[in-house]
Design a protein around this ligand. Structure first.
Ligand code: HEC
Length: 248
């Protein structure tokens, strides 16, 4: 009986998780990133500083750590990335305070240090590629991944502004209704679809890096650990044979 109760409790505890997994939301487009690609991370850092840091911070990332990990000379980081007056030991803080952000946008722009870990890379890619025109919103745009997003389409100059595509469906009562079926190109931006996808992938790659700055090193180390274990297995096996050879 007690075991049964435990199982029931476990099932109940896991239900919300299952519901989340199965939960609605748009189908996510796949991000294509590589944490070992330093050139991509460098471009992502530049994108982040130029297009995101006006509103978002990455409060766990120090400038000198960024310079070392991404192999950018510290002088270059100081000149092109850091806000005036910042020290190389300070972190990537936006000039905008959370309170101002809340007043200006209705929702405070979150710190993005951990966003890749809390949302996932595919979500971030989809979020940054699925802004579309929606005159009913105060920002003039809406977002498929985050309906009602308070964030304006800050990359509109690059991507352009997509339009929602509707399809008329006749309901069981014979009345036609409009259903949104996807997005289509609207006002063009300065980048074509491929260039924009690359821009977003680099930015997502950078968000992945700041979520866990040791990830690339950890993965490299992992390979060595596996090789060491394999080698150890060979020797252990030989040792076992040696021990057992006289035992009949
Ligand atoms: C003009 C200010 C502004 C800029 C610039 C900006 N954002 Fe935002 N961002 C916001 C606001 C405001 C929110 C909160 C949205 C909400 O909760 O509705 C937000 C939310 C987000 C979120 C969280 C979405 C979620 O699911 O909760 C992500 C991710 C994000 N921004 C990424 C970026 C990236 C990447 C850039 C740079 C390319 C960027 N933002 C530039 C204002 C900005």
């Amino acid at each position: 009986m007690r075991t049964k109760n435990k199982i029931a409790a476990l099932v109940l505890a896991l239900l919300p998780v299952a519901a989340l997994g199965a939960g609605g939301g748009p189908a996510l487009a796949k991000a294509s990133t590589d944490i070992h690609n330093t050139a991509s991370l460098q471009r992502g850092a530049r994108n982040f500083v130029n297009y995101c840091m006006g509103c978002h911070s990455a409060k766990y990332v120090r400038w000198n750590r960024l310079a070392a990990d991404l192999q950018i000379p510290m002088e270059e980081v100081a000149k092109s990335f850091m806000p005036p007056g910042a020290s190389e030991h300070s972190t990537m803080m936006s000039a905008m305070s959370a309170t101002d952000g809340k007043v200006w946008f209705g929702n405070a722009p979150p710190d993005l240090s951990m966003i890749a870990r809390s949302r996932g890379l595919d979500y971030l890619y989809t979020f940054m590629t699925s802004f579309y025109e929606d005159p009913s919103r105060p920002t003039g745009t809406n977002n498929l991944a985050l309906p009602g997003a308070a964030m304006p389409h800050v990359l509109a100059g690059l991507q352009g502004v997509q339009k929602a595509k509707f399809e008329t469906v006749t309901g069981p009562d014979g009345k036609p209704t409009q259903h949104m079926v996807g997005l289509e190109p609207g006002t063009p931006g300065t980048m074509d679809a491929k260039q924009y996808a690359e821009f977003v992938n680099d930015t997502v790659n950078f968000l992945d890096y700041i979520g866990e700055p040791v990830k690339a090193k950890r993965e490299n180390l992992g390979v060595w650990v596996i090789m060491f274990l394999l080698l150890l297995w060979v020797f252990t096996y030989l040792l076992k044979k040696e021990y057992w050879k006289d035992v009949k």
